[in-house]
Design a protein around this ligand. Structure first.
Ligand code: IPM
Ligand code: MG
Length: 371
């Protein structure tokens, strides 16, 4: 029997609710497989700041250090509430970026997936969804503007100014490109490289390194697209994309657009992978406006569990069962509030009911033994 330690960071806002449903799924995976999970809950985000004065307290660092994988819920407060916490201690700067840096989780995989049968979830017309959307966005996660040095002050003209640096070295660029090429090689052998080399020198270096790395993957066709143009194409013809690779900020923005074309950010799980440690999290925020109402969509959190099973525990077959179980619940005509607008023909269920239905579906699926 394999034993894995999972740090569970439920986070803020809707985090605890959707994490609860993800844990139900993990418990069933334990029942069905020769595997056991030691769940180690820890405070992370604004909740941790209010309890310990630190959004990523030492006690949580210790738990994450020990864990085989980390399951992390969304963090953050509303814009107004955020102001009650000093800027550098706010959960995004004080917890999330430090975690990414600590574990060097440079490769962020964000699936943007919608089968044809669920085209009604999307704001796009069915003819644009065609046979379905199936993209994986590969976002560089520990470099660029989000991690560069920052400076604020008063300039010579007496004006307040800010300076933030966008820095990448060739190692950082090549390691994420290798990840993207490897994925493209396993999938359709097409890689969309998203850049802004008509303006940014960082993109010029990125593309130069891409040409070098590409030589190691001769079967993969590379298609270059400027990031602004890619934003348009995601709306006009999303089916042209399979694997997309981009630097940190482009990936932040385009992956939210990915959620938009699917119809909900609730459909956006993700995996953040480093050479030694990986953590799994929804791509979206903590949605404080709907927190505690049992209406949030736990798909992103349960999907993050599926990504964890596949990437950290070598349980690809069971991961696929989890995806299929969730698609099965949608296929039966159910969804949470985000995807069941009046007139959509979808029956609205709660966060908890969604989790229960996923568990029910998964129970019916043939067992696979843990690798
Ligand atoms: C994401 C989020 C984070 C980011 C925030 C919460 C710092 O938007 O994971 O996409 O910008 O990376
Ligand atoms: Mg984001």
């Amino acid at each position: 029997m394999k034993n894995y330690k999972i740090a569970v960071l439920a986070g803020d806002g809707i985090g605890p609710e959707i994490t609860r449903e993800a844990i139900k799924v993990l418990k069933l995976i334990e029942e069905r497989n020769d595997v056991s999970f030691e769940l180690m809950p820890a405070a992370f985000g604004a909740c941790a700041y209010f309890e310990f004065g630190d959004a990523f307290p030492q006690s949580t660092i210790d738990i994450c250090d020990q864990a085989d994988a980390i399951l992390k819920g969304p963090i953050g407060l509303s814009h107004e509430q955020s102001k009650t916490i000093p800027i550098d201690k706010q959960p995004e700067r004080g917890a999330l970026l430090p975690m990414r840096r600590r574990y060097n989780t440079y490769a962020n995989f964000r699936p943007v997936f919608l089968p044809k049968a669920l085209a009604h979830f999307s704001p796009l017309k069915p003819e644009i969804i065609g046979e379905g959307i199936d993209i994986i966005m590969v976002r560089e996660l520990v470099g660029g503007l989000y991690f560069g040095s920052k400076e604020t002050g008063i300039n010579e003209q007496g004006l307040r100014y800010v300076k933030e640096t966008l820095e990448y070295d060739e190692h950082q660029i090549s390691q994420i490109l290798h990840q993207a090429f490897k994925l493209a090689q396993k999938r359709k052998k097409v890689l969309h490289n998203i850049h802004k080399s008509n303006v940014l020198k960082s993109s010029v270096l990125w593309n130069e390194i891409l040409d070098e790395v590409a030589k190691e993957y001769p079967e993969v066709e590379v298609i270059h697209q400027l990031v602004d143009s890619a934003a348009t194409n995601l709306c006009l013809k999303p089916t042209q994309f399979d694997v997309m690779v981009m630097e940190n900020m482009f990936g932040d923005i385009l992956s939210d657009q990915g959620g938009g074309i699917l119809g909900s950010l609730g459909l956006m799980p993700s995996a953040c992978i480093g050479d030694e440690k990986a953590y799994y999290e929804p791509s979206h925020g903590s949605a404080p406006d709907i927190a505690g109402k049992n209406i949030a969509n736990p798909y992103s959190m349960i999907g993050s569990v599926a990504m964890m099973l596949e990437n950290s525990f070598d349980m690809a077959a069971e991961a696929k069962n989890v995806w299929d179980a969730m698609q099965g619940v949608f296929g039966d005509g159910y969804s949470t509030a985000d995807l069941s607008k009046p007139g959509s023909g979808v029956t609205m269920i709660s966060t908890e009911q969604f989790g229960d239905k996923v568990v029910e579906k998964l129970r019916q699926m043939p067992r696979v033994s843990a690798a």
